[in-house]
Design a protein around this ligand. Structure first.
Ligand SMILES: *Cc1c(COP(=O)(O)O)cnc(C)c1O
Length: 402
């Protein structure tokens, strides 16, 4: 039976992203199933004792245990690697499992990290609370200022870590400059690309070494499962990340991998459509609120950089009300269509108040320093008709006197 070309890199690497997202990585069993199969199995059986011995010795390809490999998870890994333009990728159980593994697998006591101040709350916890326990120090900087990166480098700086756009301040990092600086000093760059996905921005094209994902967000895209991924050179994935992953076990479940495989099929369509809708909704909001932060709007201080390094600017923007937490909560409570929810990348429009949710844990002082003020709200623009989203915002703003 003609199986599929989805596992043949020579063929798949020539496809365009929309094709890779549907056919890349697909492997068919002897049944010739159209849609990828879910291999819900923890272990594997062998024809004889010799086969299992050579597999464990690494002398023969093949599955040994689902903490290490699983056919469904491998299909997703190959698909993500292809779209990212990476040699290899490994999936993790969640975005935070991916961030933790990407850092811990290669850092050791005595190393120094330079990280963006503006980051997802749990990413800040990794650098501020977890890494110091193991003797790894981090300098948190205003990452949108190029000179700050160079100033923060020490002789023992091992790694740069940032998001662009950052959650929820929407600050960008100039990847060409920062990754180039890192390369010239022998520093590894890890980019958390959750807000963009490879459809909107490919950090490896700008010289990043490692790209880490919360696949929970746009890759699943329908708010169903938690998932994560790490992309990079095959040598890093196989020799540095794999020993960490096989022995610590932040492995993605085959079922969740299958859900994300299905999400990937529509990733480009959704990411571009939601980006377009976010701009339309953002243009409406610009006239109604004191401040809005979206790299696709001309008012964003890094608009020119966004045009250079992003294909489109994504479904998420933040805005700031003058009335602090009280007014922000009042607006949330007045919404009729948009849900109050701290998730992003979903096909549904969702709004959250970062200071009391995603960034509650980092504390008031750190929030202030990264620009997460009490009046800030973050909106994920979904796949609904943008006019309905605008009308909901209009009625909610009117009802609180704005
Ligand atoms: C959501 C998110 C994460 C964490 O991902 P989970 O899948 O929720 O663990 C990490 N970084 C960024 C930028 C995120 O938005």
């Amino acid at each position: 039976m003609k199986r599929t070309t989805g596992q043949n890199r020579e063929i798949t690497s020539k496809w365009r992203p929309a094709t890779q997202a549907i056919r890349g990585g697909t492997w068919r069993s002897e049944h010739g199933e159209t849609s990828e199969a879910i291999f819900l199995t923890s272990g594997y059986c062998y024809d004889d004792a010799q086969t299992v011995a050579v597999r464990f010795a690494g002398e023969q390809e093949g599955m040994t245990y689902s903490r290490l490999q699983n056919p469904t998870v491998q299909m997703l890994e190959e698909r993500i690697a292809l779209i990212e333009g990476a040699e290899a990728a490994r999936c993790q159980a969640s975005g935070m499992a991916a961030m933790t593994a990407a850092l811990l697998c290669q850092l050791k006591a005595g190393d120094h990290v330079v990280a963006a101040k503006a980051a997802f709350g749990s990413c800040r916890w990794l650098t501020d609370t977890l890494l110091p326990k193991f003797g790894i120090e981090t300098t948190a900087i205003d990452a949108f200022i190029n000179e700050e990166w160079e100033k923060a480098i020490r002789p023992n700086t091992k790694l740069f870590f940032f998001e662009t756009p950052a959650n929820p301040t929407m600050d960008l990092v100039d990847m060409d400059y920062v990754c180039g600086l890192a390369k010239s000093r022998g520093i590894v760059t890890v980019v958390d690309n959750a807000f963009a996905t490879p459809v909107l921005q490919r950090p490896l094209d700008y010289g990043a070494d490692i790209v880490a994902y919360s696949a929970t967000k746009l890759m699943d895209g329908q708010g169903r499962v938690l998932a994560g991924a790490i992309c990079g050179k095959a040598e890093f994935i196989n020799d540095v990340l794999m020993p960490f992953q096989r022995n610590t076990g932040p492995t993605l479940s085959p079922f969740n991998a299958w859900v994300v495989l299905k999400g990937m099929e529509t990733l480009e369509l959704r990411a571009l459509r939601q980006s377009e809708s976010a701009l339309a909704v953002g243009r409406f909001m610009e006239k109604r609120v004191p401040k809005i932060l979206h790299p696709g709007l001309e008012s964003h201080p890094q608009y020119v950089l966004a045009q250079k390094q992003m294909r489109a600017c994504g479904p998420i923007f933040s805005f700031i009300l003058d009335g602090g937490r009280e007014q922000a909560h009042a607006l949330l409570n007045a919404l009729e269509l948009i849900d109050i929810s701290n998730n992003i990348g979903d096909s549904r429009s969702l709004m959250t108040h970062p200071a009391s949710t995603t960034h509650h844990g980092v504390g008031a002082e750190t929030r202030e320093a990264m620009g997460v003020v009490e009046g800030m709200l973050r909106l994920n623009v979904g796949l609904e008709d943008p006019q309905d989203i605008i009308e909901d915002l209009d009625q909610a703003l009117t009802s609180i006197g704005l």
